[in-house]
Design a protein around this ligand. Structure first.
Ligand code: RP5
Length: 165
């Protein structure tokens, strides 16, 4: 069974992280959600990351705000792909979280999605797992086709409305 970890630095991140949970459910990926802080519970962050492969995880999503070091610390301790969601949680419009997440040194990559981009973090995790699990890849193809259809339909509807006004 494919399994992804969703870590967040604080309970206050959860409302932003929730779309990632919903998206993993959509792609029938098992998940575990944990509040683990790089700064407040560094020992737990280390322990979780070091044992993640043995515990059956295949990717780790990390959400954190402000001086957002969670994803970087997790990536330091695992060879699993780490996907980061910078959280908009301060007066700097999320730029602080984005930069402290994305500017990793060579050798320790973190795949960073947009500020508050929780859904994309889950979709990227699904795409990584899709390499191994054909049923996930199939669901992703359907997802993309549905997105395309929505845009095509919106285009038709908008032009009909404009014609009628
Ligand atoms: C970060 O600090 C957390 O990820 C959160 O985004 C931010 C604020 O945390 P709280 O003070 O609300 O717990 O570490």
């Amino acid at each position: 069974m494919p399994k992804v970890a969703i870590l967040m630095g604080s309970k206050s991140d959860f409302s932003i992280v929730q779309p990632a949970v919903e998206s993993l459910k959509h792609f029938k990926i098992d998940y575990e959600v944990r509040i683990i802080s790089a700064h407040r519970t560094p020992d737990i962050a280390k322990e979780f990351s070091q044992s993640a492969i043995d515990n059956g995880f295949e990717a780790i999503i990390c959400a954190a705000g402000k001086a957002a070091h969670l994803a970087g610390v997790v990536a330091a301790y695992t060879t699993l792909p780490v996907i980061a969601i910078p959280i908009l949680s301060s007066t700097f419009s999320g730029l602080d979280s984005l930069l402290s997440t994305v500017q990793m040194p060579s050798g320790v990559p973190v795949a960073t999605v947009a500020v508050n981009g929780a859904e994309n973090a889950a979709i990227l995790a699904a795409q990584i797992l899709g390499i191994k699990y054909p049923h996930i890849q199939k669901m992703l193809s359907t997802f993309k086709e549905e997105m395309k259809q929505k845009v095509v339909n919106d285009d038709i509807l908008l032009n009909q409305e404009l014609k009628n006004n």
